[in-house]
Design a protein around this ligand. Structure first.
Ligand code: 48F
Length: 255
C-alpha cells in the first residue's frame, strides 16, 4: 500500500508538471492579484499555470490587517466579490457622502478565489520559485524554476524551465520577476514602492498594471513597486481589479 500511495503521488504530479511545461500564461505568485488573473485567463479558455514559492497560496491576504483576518474592498471592486461569491458586509464611509466599503473575511476571500480558479482549470504549483526568465529576441518566453528548498538552502542545483507566451509578475512587494529584466537586461528601473497613501495607491495599482516588457505583464503590488507608487495596506479592491486587468491584457493579445 505504501508504495502504491507513493507511486500515485509521483505519477499524478509528474503528469501535471509535464502537461504544464508549455503553456499560454505563467503567473508568478499566488497572492490575490495572481489568483484573480489566473481565474479570468482560464475562464477565457487560456491554459494558465500559477507558480508559488511558499507552502501556502494566498500571499499577503491571509493576515488581513495586522492579523485581524478581515479585508476591505471598495465600491469599484464589488463586482469581483460577487463574481467569486464572497460574502461581505456593506459599510458606509464616514468621510464622503455616498461612499461605501465592503468588509469580508480574508480567509473566505482567498479560499473562494483559489477554488474558482481551480474549477476553471488553473494549475497551481506551490513550493516552486521562479529564479530567472527565458528571454530571446527581446521577448520574455518563459520562466526558469527551481524548488524553493533549493533556493533556501542555496544548494547549487541547476533549474528547469516552463515556456509560455506571457509571464505575469504577481510577486507583490518584491517584484522579483521584473527585477530580472531590470538587473539582467537593464531596460527597466525598479523604483520601489512609496509610503502608504491608500487612495492614490489603489488607483495607481490598476493604472500601473501593464505589459512592462514584451511578454511580461506586471500586476498587483509588484506594479506599484516597479513604478514607485504608494502602498495601500489591507484594502484589496485594487489588487483584484489589477489582476483582472492583467488577464485582459493577455487575453486581448492572445486572441
Ligand atoms: O504579496 P502578495 O499577496 O502580492 P499581491 O497579489 O497582493 C499584495 C497584497 O497581499 C498586500 C497589499 C494589499 O494592499 O499590499 O501586500 O500583489 O503575493 C505575492 C506572492 O508571490 C510569491 C510570494 O510567496 C507571494 O505568495 N512570490 C514572490 N516571489 C516569487 C513568488 C517567486 N520568485 N517565485 C514564486 N513565487
Amino acid at each position: 500500500m505504501e508504495v502504491d500511495v507513493s507511486r500515485i503521488i509521483i505519477e499524478d504530479y509528474m503528469e501535471e508538471l509535464l502537461n504544464s511545461l508549455e503553456t499560454k500564461v505563467v503567473v508568478v505568485g499566488a497572492g490575490p492579484s495572481g489568483l484573480v488573473a489566473s481565474y479570468y485567463l482560464a475562464k477565457h479558455g487560456i491554459d494558465t499555470v500559477v507558480l508559488e514559492r511558499n507552502l501556502s497560496i494566498g500571499g499577503g491576504m491571509w493576515g488581513g490587517g495586522m492579523m485581524f483576518n478581515r479585508i476591505v474592498v471598495q465600491e469599484e471592486a464589488r463586482p469581483i466579490l460577487e463574481e467569486f461569491s464572497i460574502n461581505f458586509k456593506e459599510i458606509k464611509g464616514k468621510r464622503k457622502e455616498g461612499e461605501r466599503y465592503y468588509s469580508t473575511s480574508s480567509i473566505e476571500a482567498i479560499s473562494k478565489i483559489a477554488a474558482k480558479a481551480l474549477d476553471q482549470g488553473v494549475k497551481i504549483f506551490n513550493l516552486i520559485s521562479v529564479e530567472d526568465l527565458i528571454v530571446a529576441n527581446n521577448r520574455v518566453r518563459g520562466v526558469v524554476i527551481n524548488w524553493t528548498s533549493v533556493e533556501l538552502s542555496k544548494l547549487h542545483v541547476d533549474p528547469l524551465v516552463i515556456k509560455s507566451e506571457y509571464v505575469i509578475d504577481a510577486t507583490g512587494h518584491e517584484s522579483s520577476v521584473c527585477r530580472v529584466i531590470a538587473e539582467k537586461i537593464g531596460e527597466l528601473r525598479i523604483r520601489g514602492e512609496g509610503p502608504m497613501w491608500a487612495e492614490k495607491g489603489e488607483k495607481l495599482v490598476v493604472e500601473n498594471t501593464r505589459e512592462i516588457y514584451p511578454g511580461l505583464i506586471v500586476t498587483g503590488m509588484a506594479a506599484n513597486a516597479v513604478s514607485g507608487s504608494p502602498r495601500m495596506g489591507p484594502i484589496f479592491g485594487g489588487m483584484f481589479l489589477s489582476g483582472k486587468k492583467a488577464a485582459e491584457i493577455a487575453i486581448n493579445s492572445l486572441r
